[in-house]
Structure formats: structure tokens, C-alpha cells
Design a protein. Structure first.
Length: 247
């Protein structure tokens, strides 16, 4: 499951609709090589520098207003103000993989001064250091101040050591945890039971009584990200999601 993940950049829906239409019905005016840039496998929390190279095959000069990412984690963009017809284009930027997990397919969008988008696709996998037996928990119909409790298991990806997870400072404002050292086994269907050989933590997550303040008073749904931290993997951003509805 990807991070709810997974620094969340936002691009207007109209830009993406236009980009999809351009890809589906016409040759892209800006062609990148390779067509899908291979990110490969990176560790959660890594920051990588990327250089995308392509060419303008539109038949006219293209002037750029901005470059951004669909998704999260991109920053420090460098790009030309204009791309001559049949001329090369180089886009450089950094990507922070802290808020990501699992297979990712980020899209880089070049926005022309006329509002037209030109896209570059990327693919890769973000390796998280921890596996969670569950990552989303239902608080049901919830009244501010009520208590809720859930239990789940966490183990390291390489299955060699027991996780050292504690609540993040932000999560500790609304939640508390109890942990128990266990060993688990995971069957071919992903079912987790105690009594195996994998060192794990059994975590019992409890609310301290969630409050409904500020912008949440205008929202009917509940979405609380509960973050954890690790001394062994300080760049990792493990988290679970609590969902529900305010009564």
C-alpha cells in the first residue's frame, strides 16, 4: 500500500485532463527518452536528483511557465524558459521519497505559457523498512472524545530484526500505543499469526479521545494519519490511517 502516503504537491484537474487527452489522441509535442524514466528501487526517505532529457517535436517553439510533479516529493526544478523547434530540453529536479511506499508512477508536467501541459512519465519502487499487517483502521461513527483501540503487527522488511517503532511527536498528541515483543508467521495469503520465526512488534493503538476542531468542523469524514519513528531508520516515514465519520 502506498503511503497515504505518500509534501503533497497539487496540480489542477484541468491540466491532468488535458495531459491525458494529449497522450491518448496525439503524438506528444515533447518526447522524452526513455519514454518512461526508470527510477529503480529506492529506500524510503532517500532524496535523489533526476535529469530528464527530451526534444521538442511540435513544429514550433514552446515557451515554459512552470514545471511540477503529479504527486509529492519534487522540488528544486531547473528548466529552460523556451524550447526551440527540434531542439533539446533538459529538466532537473530533486525527489524526496519520504512520503512514498511501494510501486510509484510519478508524472512530471511541463506547463507552457499558453497553459498546455507536456508530460514525462517515471516508474519505480520505494522500499519501506517495515511491513504492517494492517495500515487502515475504522473508527466508525465517532463522537469527539470517544476511545477507540486497534491491534496490529509490524516487522522489518528483511525479517531479521524487531522494529524499534515509537509514535511520532505529532501522533502522540491524539494517540498512545502499547507494544509487545512477539514472533509471527505470515502465510501465502498474507495472514499473520503469532508463533513463527519473524521478530515483530504487536502494537495496540489507542485514541486519547479525538477532538473536532478548526477545519474538521466543516468535514463529516475523519482521516487521521498516525505516524511512527525509528532510531534505526530515521529517514523512514511509517504511518497508518484512521478513518471514520463524525457523529
Amino acid at each position: 500500500m502506498k503511503k497515504f502516503f505518500n509534501t503533497r504537491a497539487i496540480i489542477g484537474a484541468s491540466i491532468f485532463a488535458s495531459a491525458l487527452a494529449a497522450q491518448a489522441f496525439a503524438i506528444d509535442p515533447v518526447v522524452f527518452t526513455p519514454a518512461v524514466y526508470p527510477i529503480g528501487e529506492v529506500n524510503q526517505g532517500d532524496v535523489k536528483h533526476f535529469v530528464l532529457k527530451g526534444a521538442n517535436v511540435s513544429g514550433k517553439e514552446i515557451k515554459l511557465e512552470n514545471v511540477m510533479c503529479q504527486g509529492n516529493g519534487c522540488s528544486n526544478f531547473k528548466f529552460p524558459a523556451s524550447i526551440a523547434n527540434k531542439g533539446p530540453v533538459v529538466v532537473e529536479f530533486d525527489m524526496d521519497f519520504s512520503e512514498m511506499e511501494g510501486p510509484i508512477s510519478p508524472t512530471v508536467v511541463l506547463v507552457g505559457t499558453d497553459g498546455k501541459p507536456y508530460t514525462a512519465a517515471m516508474e519505480g519502487t520505494v522500499k519501506a523498512p517495515f511491513f504492517f499487517s494492517e495500515k487502515m483502521f475504522d473508527a466508525g461513527y465517532y463522537t469527539a472524545g470517544e476511545k477507540r483501540e486497534w491491534s496490529f503487527y509490524v516487522w522489518e522488511t528483511d525479517k531479521k530484526a524487531r522494529p524499534d517503532l515509537t509514535l511520532s511527536d505529532e501522533a502522540a498528541k491524539d494517540f498512545s500505543i502499547k507494544t509487545k515483543n512477539v514472533k509471527v508467521k505470515v502465510d501465502e495469503n498474507g495472514k499473520v499469526t503469532e508463533g513463527g520465526k519473524i521478530p515483530a512488534l504487536k502494537i495496540t493503538l489507542s485514541t486519547k479521545g479525538l477532538s473536532r476542531e478548526g477545519w474538521e468542523q466543516k468535514q463529516q469524514s475523519i482521516r487521521k494519519f498516525v505516524g511512527f519513528k525509528s532510531k534505526k531508520y530515521p529517514k523512514a516515514t511509517p504511518e497508518v490511517l484512521v478513518v471514520g465519520f463524525w457523529k
